[in-house]
Design a protein around this ligand. Structure first.
Ligand SMILES: O=C(O)CCC(=O)C(=O)O
Length: 233
């Protein structure tokens, strides 16, 4: 898929599946990292675990914001220069009901995320499965075009380990409860604009109690600045 096809699909449908974006070595590395960093190893199904802010809070994951594939796909999809946004989730052996990842997630069209008069909304989420969804039965589900219309009909996307689902943060999405090993890592990038800054602030201010978000440690913040991946003020 070319960069412009990716941007077009994400803009029109709200999502795109980039097949085999990550190599076998990459997958093996992060299977090892996640299995040793977090309390549940996916192969211990049905034990389960989820964590928000998993990147900033675990040094073993600090290379991920700088990953050239992740940031390249996010920049291609948003069609602009992007910064890393702290919203990062790991789900081990867990499915999620249909939801949006944006700030104004409750009602379609209500709230500043839906106002694109001054700034088009370009916040991108990227979901990478470390295991085939054929193995877990937990296929990714999306409601096409729900990032720009009230549609709620969903389709199921079987994904292989190493595929990357790139989607607009406002898209309705979720996954079925797994029946075998599953580990999905979900990342976020966006332009240096008011939508991205509001998004980052909301997670820090409103999701610290339930999801445990905390300010980015200084040394990671410095590295993001040096790599031109910080959101700025
Ligand atoms: O379980 C999945 O594959 C989807 C994860 C998800 O919906 C999310 O982190 O927002």
């Amino acid at each position: 898929m070319t960069s412009s096809e990716l941007a077009f699909q994400v803009r029109t449908l709200g999502f795109a599946v980039v097949e085999q974006a990550f190599s076998v070595d990459w997958l093996e590395h992060y299977r090892r990292v996640t299995a040793t960093t977090f309390p549940v190893n996916p192969i211990d199904y049905p034990a389960r675990y989820s964590k928000g802010d998993f990147v900033a809070q675990h040094k073993t994951c600090w290379e991920l914001p700088f990953d050239y594939t992740l940031r390249g796909l996010a920049a291609d999809a948003s069609g602009t220069d992007i910064a890393w946004i702290q919203q990062a989730d790991i789900h081990v052996n867990v499915g999620t009901t249909l939801h949006r990842d944006s700030v104004n997630r409750e009602r379609f069209g209500v709230g500043p995320d839906w106002d694109e008069h001054e700034h088009p909304y370009r916040i991108i989420r990227l979901a990478v499965n470390l295991y085939d969804s054929a193995r877990s039965g937990s296929h990714f589900r999306v409601c096409p075009e729900s990032h720009r219309s009230p549609r709620t009909d969903s389709v199921s996307l079987p994904v292989r380990a190493g595929d990357c689902i790139v989607f607009d943060a406002r898209l309705l999405h979720g996954s079925a409860p797994p029946c075998g090993a599953k580990c999905v890592l979900v990342f976020c990038y966006g332009p240096r604009d008011p939508h991205s800054r509001r998004h980052q602030r909301w997670f820090l201010e409103r999701r610290s109690a339930d999801l445990g978000y905390r300010p980015i440690p200084d040394s990671l913040a410095e590295r993001l600045k040096t790599a031109h991946l910080d959101l700025g003020d």
